[in-house]
Design a binder for this molecule. Structure first.
Ligand SMILES: Nc1ncnc2c1ncn2[C@@H]1O[C@H](COP(=O)(O)OP(=O)(O)OP(=O)(O)O)[C@@H](O)[C@H]1O
Length: 325
């Protein structure tokens, strides 16, 4: 049995449509019109123990709604899901103790308490034995470099420090499944890296099954061998991150360094991205890479030549159009 399984999971939100003006407001008292949004539309996938899966899509694609259903915060409108064998929205105690949802845009810690006491409250909620709690706090604060901030009020922590404390709170009860919704949002690059390194280490050591959403492609590239792409509530791709480029891009990039200045034109070979006297970057159809390399070698004094896939950010723009992925 997979750790996470979804079959046709669907969520439709029904919202009251309010028109402008007093007349419309009075009319609304007698006759209400509703708009339906299919936030998650028959989503199916399986995730095995220890997998680290990136869940990507533009704003409003349905990522958070899916994670909320998987962690039992929302009831679906249709379909099925199981997490560790439990139906999440039945909210059985056995499941709640084995999963964690961290939402980067929301606070789970008590704002007016020092971080240590806020963690202490989580210890009580999850009935974590004191010794285990102390060991986890020592280990996690050291790894995330926030030991000195334990006595600081949560409201006074920087965003990066607070997010690290949130992560510690989410991990105190040693969940087997972790849903991370934008855990690095707004963090400076150093904190982003600390959190990323920590998550990589945690996943490898504990074999925790993790679903991660992030708008930072570096998070995904470093952490997630597998990605699920979702748009308008539907899964558009599910597979290895490396496969996205071959599936969605018909082109490769050829980069050439010349041993002396070159002035001839290369536009007949492909789409020239950049040309300097001693450098060339050209995008060419996959099937023509070998022929283009031969032509460049024939035409100019080449010192170095590399062929690469287009950057993953570019792929995302191609997959999702210009909306923010
Ligand atoms: N409580 C709600 N009531 C009505 N509509 C909702 C509700 N929550 C989400 N939606 C709608 O469902 C759709 C999916 O939203 P969701 O938050 O799941 O997207 P997302 O992929 O997480 O986006 P983002 O990257 O911006 O966080 C959106 O159109 C959103 O407006």
């Amino acid at each position: 049995m997979s750790v996470i399984e979804l079959h046709g999971l669907t969520k439709t939100f029904r919202t009251y449509r309010k028109d402008k003006g007093v007349l419309a407001a009075v009319k609304g008292l007698f006759h209400r019109e509703y708009t339906e949004t299919k936030a998650v539309d028959a989503v199916s996938f399986r995730i095995e123990e220890g997998e680290f899966v990136g869940f990507l899509g533009p704003n409003g694609a349905g990522k958070t709604t899916t994670l909320k259903m998987l962690s039992g915060l929302l009831h679906p409108s249709g379909g099925e899901a199981r997490v560790l064998g439990f139906v999440p929205w039945e909210r059985r105690d056995g499941m709640k103790r084995q999963i964690s949802l961290l939402m980067g845009q929301k606070n789970a810690l008590w704002w007016d308490l020092p971080a240590r006491e806020s963690l202490e409250l989580n210890r009580a909620i999850y009935e974590i034995p004191r010794e285990d709690f102390q060991r986890s706090v020592d280990e996690l604060t050291a790894l995330l470099d926030v030991r000195d901030q334990l006595s600081v009020m949560v409201r006074e922590l920087s965003l990066g420090q607070r997010m690290k404390m949130e992560l510690i709170a989410a991990l105190l009860h040693r969940p087997k499944v972790l849903f991370l919704d934008e855990p690095t949002i707004g963090l400076d690059v150093v904190s982003q890296k600390t959190v990323r390194d920590f998550l990589k280490h945690h996943n490898a050591e504990q074999r925790t099954t993790i679903i991660l959403t992030s708008h930072y492609m570096q998070d995904i590239e470093e952490l997630c061998p597998r990605v699920v792409l979702i748009d308008h509530g539907k899964v558009m791709f599910d597979g290895e991150l490396d496969r996205i480029t071959s599936e969605f891009s018909a082109n490769k990039i050829v980069e050439v360094k010349f041993s002396s200045a070159v002035s001839c034109a290369f536009s007949h070979l492909g789409h020239v991205l950049e040309q300097k006297p001693d450098e060339l970057r050209i995008e060419v159809p996959r099937g023509q890479v070998a022929a283009v390399c031969r032509a460049v070698l024939d035409q100019a004094p080449v010192a170095d030549l590399t062929v690469s896939e287009p950057p993953i950010e570019e792929m995302m723009r191609k997959v999702f159009g210009d909306r923010k992925s």
